[in-house]
Write a protein that binds this ligand. Structure first.
Ligand SMILES: C[S@@+](CC[C@H](N)C(=O)[O-])C[C@H]1O[C@@H](n2cnc3c(N)ncnc32)[C@H](O)[C@@H]1O
Length: 238
C-alpha cells in the first residue's frame, strides 16, 4: 500500500487526511527507518509494508471505535509507537500516554514526537505491572490499548487496571482472537472488564485476519492486580 493508496483507503472509511497529516506519516516512515539502523524497532522497513502493516493497521482500530474526540488514551507496550502514534496523527485531539519497558524505544518516541510536532503526548519508561499500581495512572485512562504485546489473558492484567470505570480497553488482535477470548474470559471478569464487541476484518492487500476487541471497564480492578513484573505472563488468570 503506497501513501496514495493509504490516503484513499482511509478516505473510503471516512477518515480524511490533510497534506500535513500525510507529511507526518512520511516523516514517521523516514525517522523509523533511519533509527532502525541504530536500534531494533521493527522488522518491517519496506515503505509500502510500513504504510500497510504499521500505519493502516494501527488506524484500522478507528473503523470500530470513535477516536475523533479528546480522549485520554494509554498505549501499553507501543514499541515504535503502534497503534497510538498513527491514531494521534489521524485524530489530533487525542491525549496519548505510552508506557514501554524498553528505554531505547522511549528515546526514539521522544525524538519522533518532536519531528512530528505532536502535542499532548507523554512517554514513560516502566513496566505495565508497576505502572498499573501507580496511583497517578491506575484507573485514570478513558481508553487503554495494545497491539502485539501479549495474549489476552495476560494483556488484560497489564491494561485493565489502567482504565477508568466507564472507560474501555481496546485490544488489537490477529486471526487467533477467538481462541484468546475463550482463554481470556476469566481474566476479563476478574479484572472488572466485560466484552462489548468483537470486530473482525481483513487487512487489505495481503488479506490477513484482524480483530479489534472492545472491552468495557465495568468495575474497579481488585487491588492485587496487576501482580509483580513477570507474574501475569508466568501465571496468567485463566
Ligand atoms: C512486539 S512489541 C509490539 C510493539 C507495538 N505495540 C506494535 O504493535 O508494533 C512489544 C512491546 O511491548 C513492550 N512490553 C512488553 N511487555 C511489557 C510490559 N510488561 N510493560 C511495558 N511494556 C512491555 C516491549 O518493550 C515492546 O516494545
Amino acid at each position: 500500500m503506497n501513501p496514495e493508496q493509504f490516503k484513499a483507503s482511509l478516505a473510503e472509511k471516512g477518515i480524511l487526511l490533510t497534506d500535513w497529516q500525510m507529511e507526518q506519516f512520511e516523516t514517521y516512515f523516514r525517522t523509523l527507518v533511519e533509527w532502525n539502523e541504530k536500534m531494533n524497532l521493527t522488522a518491517i522497513t519496506d515503505k509500502e509494508e510500513v504504510f500497510l502493516k504499521h500505519f493502516y493497521d494501527s488506524v484500522s482500530a478507528a473503523f470500530h471505535f470513535n477516536f475523533d474526540r479528546q480522549l485520554n488514551l494509554c498505549d501499553v507496550g507501543a514499541g515504535a509507537g503502534f497503534p497510538s502514534i498513527p491514531l494521534k496523527i489521524a485524530f489530533p485531539k487525542l491525549q496519548i500516554t505510552i508506557v514501554d519497558s524498553l528505554n531505547k524505544r522511549i528515546t526514539f518516541l521522544e525524538h519522533l514526537a518532536k519531528e512530528l510536532k505532536l502535542e499532548n503526548v507523554t512517554f514513560i519508561h516502566d513496566r505495565a505491572e508497576t505502572f498499573g499500581q501507580n496511583k497517578q495512572h491506575r484507573e485514570q485512562y478513558e481508553v487503554v490499548m495494545a497491539r502485539a504485546v501479549a495474549r489476552l489473558s495476560v494483556l488484560s492484567e497489564l491494561c485493565l487496571p489502567l482504565a477508568k470505570v466507564g472507560g474501555q480497553f481496546v485490544a488489537m488482535k490477529g486471526g487467533q482472537a477467538e481462541e484468546e477470548l475463550q482463554k481470556g474470559k476469566k481474566a476479563l471478569h476478574v479484572l472488572g472488564g466485560k466484552l462489548r464487541g468483537v470486530h473482525s476484518f481483513k487487512l487489505p492487500v495481503e488479506d490477513s485476519d484482524r480483530t479489534v476487541l472492545v472491552i468495557d471497564k465495568e468495575k474497579k480492578t481488585p487491588k492485587q492486580y496487576p501482580r509483580k513484573p513477570g507474574t501475569p505472563n508466568k501465571s496468567p488468570i485463566e
